[in-house]
Design a protein around this ligand. Structure first.
Ligand code: MN
Length: 318
């Protein structure tokens, strides 16, 4: 998906991971994405902008789109990141400038590695299921990969860990020895956790990783803290397991990874390392260069204006 904020901030950040277990609770802010889809944005957040290499987290729905167009995101560019598409309900039609054309369904991983440049478009198919519910996540790419070739992967068979009262699908990266087939470039984990009514379960974690969890449906007590939909709990590093309890059937998402040790600059749909690099990408997109074309997918999105002023490391300017 695209960041459709018409005045996105230009942010330079190098995040400090908590080396110890922590509890930092964040509330998502509502943002309109595309012409139709309202999301809860959990990352970046005023208090935290990276969890491992995860740099962007939008949770949308469940929305009743029976009589609506659903997701409507025209062609737009990306660089320096991977996009992760994950659905709980509904379908999304992905097309990109490599010629990829895929229908993503619940439980499947849509993984696009932008590298130096790619363009994609995402629409609800016609006709489409009544409900649309999912998350859109970005992973920052490290030096040496971020300028590389773009690629698209669609994985329909992901490893599942079954425990009493809990089912864990390893979407990306690895968890407790189960490894997703999706290509990663830094050590990380993204997992979808389904808890049965009345579940009390221990989720195994990698102590070297920092982690955060967000509730996708229901309500979950995480390490003693009750989380509802729309909030994210940052947990820091140094945990080998996490206690989860749910009174009703609930879903949450676990995100984690080795703390990302490069300072990144994020603006609109780009992740770079300097304001100059971002400005150059914006110019190339405006000129129709570099990012390629998605055939028959509608008029491309225009980039918003860059904010005035100079980029201040560690801060955001509007
Ligand atoms: Mn996108």
């Amino acid at each position: 998906m695209s960041n459709l904020d018409r005045a996105p901030s230009l942010t330079s950040l190098r995040e400090q991971a908590s080396p110890q277990p922590a509890h930092q609770l964040f509330t998502g802010r509502e943002v309109l994405v595309g012409s139709e889809t309202r999301v809860r944005r959990l990352l970046p957040n005023l208090g935290r902008r990276l969890v491992g290499a995860w740099c962007f987290v939008d949770h949308y729905g469940p929305d009743d789109i029976a009589n609506r167009p659903g997701m409507q995101v025209p062609p737009h560019p990306h660089m320096g990141l991977q996009t992760v598409s994950w659905l709980l309900d509904g379908e999304v039609h992905h097309r990109d400038s490599l010629g990829s054309d895929a229908l993503i369904r619940p439980g499947e991983l849509g993984l696009m590695t932008a590298g130096h440049a790619i363009t994609h478009a995402e629409y609800s198919p016609v006709p489409h299921p009544e409900l649309l519910h999912g998350v859109q996540l970005w992973v920052a790419l490290p030096a040496g990969v971020r300028d590389g070739a773009a690629s698209w992967e669609h994985h329909t068979g992901l490893p599942v860990i079954e425990e009493a009262g809990m089912q864990v699908t390893v979407m990306l990266g690895s968890l407790a020895g189960a490894v997703s087939p999706g290509t990663t470039h830094t050590p990380l984990v993204g997992a979808s956790v389904l808890l049965d009514q009345g579940a009390l379960a221990m989720l195994p974690l990698e102590p070297e990783f920092e982690h955060a969890v967000l509730v996708i449906s229901g309500a979950v007590e995480v390490d003693g803290e009750l989380l509802d939909v729309g909030s994210m709990l940052y947990l820091g590093c140094g945990r080998s397991e996490l206690m989860l309890r749910a009174d009703s059937a609930s879903r949450l998402m676990l995100l984690g990874g080795e703390p990302f040790d490069e300072e990144i600059v994020m603006w609109w749909n780009f992740v770079g390392r300097s304001a100059e690099e971002i400005a150059a990408a914006r110019e190339e997109w405006a000129a129709g260069d570099r990012f390629g074309v998605v055939q028959d997918a509608g008029a491309p999105l225009a980039a918003p204006p860059l904010p005035p002023g100079t980029l201040k490391p560690g801060g955001a300017i509007r």
